[in-house]
Structures are given as C-alpha cells and as structure tokens.
Ligand binder design. Structure first.
Ligand SMILES: C[S@@+](CC[C@H](N)C(=O)[O-])C[C@H]1O[C@@H](n2cnc3c(N)ncnc32)[C@H](O)[C@@H]1O
Length: 340
C-alpha cells in the first residue's frame, strides 16, 4: 500500500468527522462547502498535508471496519511531515529503542522505523494493535503490545528490551519516548514517565497546546501554576517545541496541539530533598488550599511560627502562599521544616 503520494490540492477540506458524519468517507469531501473544515496544514511545517496521508488513514481504518473512538482519543496524524519533525526533535538515531504510546495506524511508527529505531508500541485498542502489528510483521525491530499504557508494567517491558542492547562502552542504553498520545491520558503519562530517568533520556509528546503551555511556560502567581509544574521541573527540563494546528488530525479535535520535549534528569541531579515522597506530599498539601498561607496549610508538618522562620530563611515573606514559591523555594522550605 503506498503511504506517500503527491501533495493535497490546496483547497481540500473535509467534514468534521465525529459531529457531522456517521458514514465513513472514502475520499476527501467536496471543496468550498460552508459546513467543512479546512484541512490544509498551516503552521507546524512548511509542507501541506499529503492527500495519501488522508486516504491511507481511512483505508487503514476501513480495512478493520473501525471508526475513530473518542473515548480512546483517536485523532490520527494526517501530516507525515509532523511525524518527521517529532522524530527529528527526539534526535532518534539508528539502533535506539523508542517507546511509542498509541501507535494507531502506525504512521509515526513508520518514521521511527525509517530512522533505524527499535520500536515498542503500546496500543490499547485491540483492532489497532492488530493492524499495526500486521503492517510491520516483516520488521523484527517493531514490537506491539495490546495494553493500556496507564496500567502496564512499562519498566519491565523496557528493561528486557534495553537489556539486550548495550552501547559500545558496555553501558545500558537509555530509551526515548516519541508519541502522539490521547490528550486525556497526558497527565498519567507524564507522571509515570518523568521519574524514569534511569530508563528514558527524553520524552517527546504531542500534547494539547493549552496543556503544553501550562506545563512548560506557567509562571509564579498565576492560576496555571500547580503541583504538576513542580513535579515536571523536579524530574525534567521541559521545552516547548512547536505548535501543531488541529487541522492536521483526523478526525479534527476541538483544540490545537503542540510538541513538548522533557529531558529527564538522572536521580543524582534531582533537587536534594530528604524524602521525595514527603516533598510532594508537602507540595500537594500546600496547593490543596491555594489561596491560604503556607503557615496555616502546612501545620501538620510544623508549627506556624516554625514555618514563618523557615520562609524567612528561604528569603520569602512569612505570609507566602504556594503560588509564590519556585521549585527551589519549595525544596529549601521542605528541608527546613521537616528537620525542625
Ligand atoms: C491520538 S491517537 C494517535 C495515533 C497515531 N500515533 C497517530 O499519530 O496517528 C492515540 C492512540 O492511542 C491509543 N490509546 C488510547 N488510550 C490508550 C492507552 N491508555 N494506552 C495505549 N494506547 C492508547 C488510541 O487507540 C490511538 O491509537
């Protein structure tokens, strides 16, 4: 099956799949319709969506009699150049092990394979797992497991895969994660993967754009500043890479997406806290009553006067609220009040 053909006509458009059609279209819908959504790519790349990316996605779904399922966040990537950019951002090299969460029809898997990676795909949808397994049946560098990523034992899957792949100096390799994930499992994915710096060096994800901005660019004293920001910066160095407009997906979601890279820290580089568990328990308690002062919300850890003294030692007012503290401030506060 040819997966790449000529460019799409610039005025190609198609109906909004979930809301406007219950039949499976076999060709891109009519042009210039007032009820259609423009499909041509605008911002993520200089290339337009390839017509065959659209057709091949439909053919792959039709071959299994599948509708994209909203509950599984099935918005398939239509633009192969976005997949190429994802792989470029991750700097995937020949021989590297890459985890792909939700390979779907295998469009990103194909670019990873062409870059020389060994790919472990974890796909929850049994039909899509079978489809992608069949598509790469002749390539022994692709392994597809039909599992829910949020429930699977990813560490043991990766350890066995990496165990047989040592780098030239005999050290175990680090794997990478490159995935276009369903938006509704983004938080679970990040919470599971970021503390695994012993296994993964980089996690490159296509996220909802609003989430990407909140996680990478949120600033102190804003409503977007939350414990997840402390978590992300504790375990990684995040970077916002580029925006991917919603028109690149089939069916089109109601929001735009963006690519984010999380460079995972090694345990030795984590901020020095006496106990990671008690550190995050303190951060969560602090944000549970975000508008309240820390000297009152953290009284289960230390007395109010002791917290005030600790805050002043950190260089902050004794009346501080959680949204005023950086990761470093929280670390110092934790180490002071848990020692008292
Ligand atoms: C946004 S689609 C991306 C598909 C494909 N990677 C692409 O770029 O076109 C998300 C994929 O994740 C799968 N998926 C949804 N929830 C999952 C989960 N909990 N674990 C693993 N895969 C999941 C869906 O079935 C779907 O194939």
């Amino acid at each position: 099956m040819p997966w790449l053909l000529q460019s799409l006509p610039p005025n190609l458009s198609f109906t909004h799949y979930y809301s406007r059609t219950r039949s499976r279209p076999s060709s891109p819908p009519a042009h210039n319709s007032t009820t259609t959504t423009q499909l041509v790519v605008v911002a993520a790349s200089t290339k337009t969506i390839n017509e065959d990316d659209y057709h091949s996605t439909l053919r792959a779904l039709n071959s299994r009699g599948r509708f994209p399922r909203k509950s599984l966040g099935q918005h398939y990537m239509l633009n192969s150049s976005v997949n190429e950019q994802l792989v470029d951002v991750a700097d995937v090299k020949e021989g590297e092990v890459v985890l792909e969460i939700g390979p779907g029809t295998g469009s990103l898997t194909s670019v990873l394979v062409n870059a020389g990676a060994t790919v472990l795909g974890i796909e929850k949808d049994a039909h899509m797992a079978a489809l992608v397994r069949e598509r790469f049946a002749s390539i022994d560098r692709v392994k597809v497991l039909q599992e829910d990523f949020t429930k699977c034992h990813i560490r043991s899957h990766l350890v066995s895969l990496l165990g047989c792949k040592k780098s030239l100096d005999g050290e175990s390799q680090h794997a990478k994660v490159v995935s276009n994930i369903p938006f509704n499992i983004s938080t679970d994915v990040v919470k599971l993967l970021l503390p695994m710096g012993d296994i993964f060096s980089e996690v490159v994800l296509l996220l909802q754009e609003e989430t990407a901005l909140r996680w990478v660019e949120s600033t102190l004293r804003t409503s977007e500043y939350r414990p997840i920001n402390i978590f992300i910066n504790f375990y990684s160095d995040p970077e916002y890479n580029f925006k991917v407009p919603r028109s690149n997906f089939f069916p089109q979601p109601n929001v735009d997406a963006a690519v984010v890279t999380f460079r995972l820290k090694q345990a030795a580089d984590y901020p020095q806290v006496s106990s990671i568990k008690s550190f995050f328990s303190m951060v969560n308690s602090a944000f549970n009553s975000k508008r309240k002062m820390l000297r009152s919300t953290l009284q289960h850890i230390s007395t109010s006067p002791e917290i005030e003294v600790a805050l002043r030692n950190v260089g902050l007012p004794s009346t501080s609220r959680p949204e005023e503290l950086t990761l470093d401030d929280f670390v110092r506060l934790h180490n002071l009040i848990t020692k008292v």
